[in-house]
Design a binder for this molecule. Structure first.
Ligand SMILES: N[C@@H](CCC(=O)N[C@@H](CS)C(=O)NCC(=O)O)C(=O)O
Length: 204
């Protein structure tokens, strides 16, 4: 059985839960509180020297880190990973977009607002994060005005990668009312089996 070292309120970790639940794969979730330094212990660093969750432990004892690498590994061979070569590359394109353009703005704004004290000097970063986050949402909105999902007409791992922090963007102070196509896409994803919102129901 797979083991997932993750924090339930992290979007990067929620991606793994969604793919495993959707594919009905059994797994053990090991709640790892990064706020308490649990990702920086020598034991954790032996699983991922970068010191970040999520980490997947395979049944044979190997470890895999980086959320998008993990979901690609899990999805390979399922309908969540396309068989067409161009669609595979296009899926990766959106997953790189998520890590390079979306996550550093959208996830970081949420982190600053939800997890840092109200007098944190990092609060002054929020306007910049909102500007670049909205630029990323505009790119997604444009695509989703013409297609039900990001790559093809079916949901795949690129949608899951970008859903993770988009569906909780309001928690980072984003006004999502100007993105109706993104709102429809979020609802379509939530209608699929195993796909859930990231909420405290998962053990916190
Ligand atoms: N690119 C990585 C980012 C992982 C990441 O930033 N994890 C955060 C939680 S969302 C973390 O573990 N932070 C702990 C730390 O930096 O000490 C991925 O997608 O897995």
């Amino acid at each position: 059985m797979y083991k997932v070292y993750g924090m339930s309120l992290s979007g990067n970790c929620h991606k793994i839960r969604m793919v495993l639940d959707h594919l009905a794969q059994p797994y053990e979730w090991i709640e790892t509180d990064i706020g308490q330094g649990a990702s920086r212990t020598p034991e954790f660093l032996s699983r991922n020297p970068v010191g970040k969750v999520p980490v997947l432990e395979l049944p044979d004892g190997r470890y895999l880190s980086e959320s998008n690498a993990i979901i690609q590994y899990l999805a390979n061979g399922s309908p969540l990973w396309p068989s067409d070569r161009f669609e595979q590359a296009d899926t990766l394109k959106w997953m790189f977009f998520e890590q390079n353009r979306h996550e550093p703005s959208v996830a970081e704004a949420r982190y600053i607002k939800l997890f840092l004290p109200a007098d944190s000097p990092r609060l002054k970063e929020l306007p910049g994060k909102h500007k670049t986050g909205n630029e990323a949402f505009s790119v997604m909105e444009q695509r989703l005005l013409e297609s039900d999902f990001l790559v093809t007409s079916r949901c795949n791992v690129a949608d899951i990668a970008l859903f993770a922090y988009t569906h909780v963007a309001e928690e980072g102070g984003f006004d999502m009312s100007g993105y109706p196509a993104i709102a429809g896409w979020i609802e379509r994803i939530l209608e699929l089996p195993g796909f859930t919102r990231m909420v405290a129901q998962h053990g916190l």
